[in-house]
Design a protein around this ligand. Structure first.
Ligand code: GDD
Ligand code: MG
Length: 361
């Protein structure tokens, strides 16, 4: 038996308004809640029991996943009364673990899509007799992440979470949001208070001489924390660039969920998803976008690299480029929302009201 903790308690503020009612990991990515992809990948790597560490809107998870039996794993839930931070959440979840003190426990950030070799990470943790093994990836600009420099033998020498001073940018290796902890190390985290595993636990373990190893895996990696990354991740699963056992269907140029209705004269491409009960009318284009359930894309509308929330209506000839439209919003005809524009849930925008113009156009 192999156990894991899945951290799904964050607020997901960068994906507002979509996360006002739905926790970020439950937003539909390639047709199913993102957490379903993570559970499927963990199961494929031999994980049999997962503790879901929730705080915000916890019931949304248990209503969907239940005891996990329909997903082939045993799921148990822990909920924080108020958010305890990543380290506090891990410590809190420990009460539900069954592993012995020397056993490995996998920990996953709940918003990372990756092709990491999970079983290989556990193997390296074992071979190094490590306290913690951290999955690392290389990125061009590491400043928004945890920087993890390692020595020649792969031992972690520092952990610098979202550093602000230029002299702290010492590596392009970042914490990719998946760890193997020795169970007893989890129980050394202080209980009952807010703890950041990145800012407090890792630096303290290093200071105390614990063995932390970093395993750089060049596999696909994406943090789905921003709207642009969210649509990219969904696109990459739909197209098969990153395979997921939870994809409802076969990889292809788009995913039409049961109950989606797309006009013969519409174009849906670029790894887009059209949700259950959604309608795409004639001459509309949906490219590289995610349309949640029950939405309507009007005649001749153009939706590119955007997210359309559940039950939202996009009027005829309206253009969205890199935009997020909240659940139930109604946008009239001939509007234009570009470059990170967000429309709040249930907002009503009349015809011909918003138009973006720039010198280039
Ligand atoms: N249960 C619980 N309680 N979960 C939490 C809490 C909490 O108080 N706070 C955050 N989480 C969960 C989030 O839901 C998410 O799945 C994970 O912990 C990480 O939190 P994020 O808010 O997404 O952090 P980040 O993306 O800014 O940075 C983290 O991930 C990077 C890689 O994607 C850090 O771990 C960085 O070091 C790392 O590079
Ligand atoms: Mg994140």
């Amino acid at each position: 038996m192999s156990e894991a903790i899945l951290l799904v308690g964050g607020r997901g503020t960068r994906l507002r308004p979509l996360t006002v009612n739905t926790p970020k990991p439950m937003l539909p990515v390639a047709g199913v809640p993102f957490t379903a992809h993570q559970i499927a990948r963990a199961k494929a790597a031999g994980v049999t029991r997962i503790v879901l560490s929730t705080s915000y809107r916890a019931e949304v998870f248990s209503e969907y996943f239940g005891d996990g039996s329909s997903h082939g794993v045993e799921l148990v839930y822990v909920t924080e009364d108020s958010p305890l931070g990543t380290g506090g959440a891990i410590r809190h979840a420990s009460a539900q673990l069954r592993s012995g003190p020397d056993d490995p426990v996998l920990i996953f950030n709940g918003d990372v899509l990756s092709g990491v070799d999970i079983a290989g990470l556990v193997r390296q943790w074992r071979e190094a007799d490590a306290d913690v093994a951290l999955y690392l990836t290389r990125v061009e600009d590491p400043r928004a992440f945890g920087l993890v420099p390692t020595d020649d033998s792969g031992r972690v020498i520092a952990f610098l979470e979202k550093p602000t001073r230029p002299e702290e940018i010492v590596t392009d290796q970042i914490n990719a949001g998946c760890y193997v902890f020795k169970r007893s190390v989890i129980d050394s985290i202080p209980a009952g208070r807010v703890v950041s595993v990145e800012r407090e636990t890792f630096p303290q373990l290093l200071e105390g001489g614990a063995t932390l190893i970093g395993v750089v895996d060049p596999a696909y990696w994406l943090d789905l924390g921003t709207p642009a990354a969210f649509v990219e991740g969904s696109r990459d699963i739909v197209s098969g660039r990153i395979p997921s056992p939870a994809l409802p269907g076969t990889p292809g140029r788009c995913l039409l969920l049961p109950g989606a209705r797309v006009s013969r004269d519409a174009i849906v491409a670029g790894g887009s998803v059209i949700g259950d009960g959604s309608v795409v009318e004639a001459f509309a284009t949906v490219d590289g976008s995610v349309v949640f359930d029950g939405a309507t894309i009007g005649v001749g509308a153009s939706i590119v690299g955007s997210i359309v929330g559940a039950g939202a209506t996009i009027g005829a000839q309206t253009r969205l480029r890199g935009a997020v439209v909240g659940d139930g919003a109604v946008i009239g005809a001939e509007n234009e929302f570009l470059d990170g524009a967000r429309v709040w849930s249930e907002a009503h925008i009349a015809d011909c009201t918003v138009r973006y113009s720039s010198d280039q156009e």
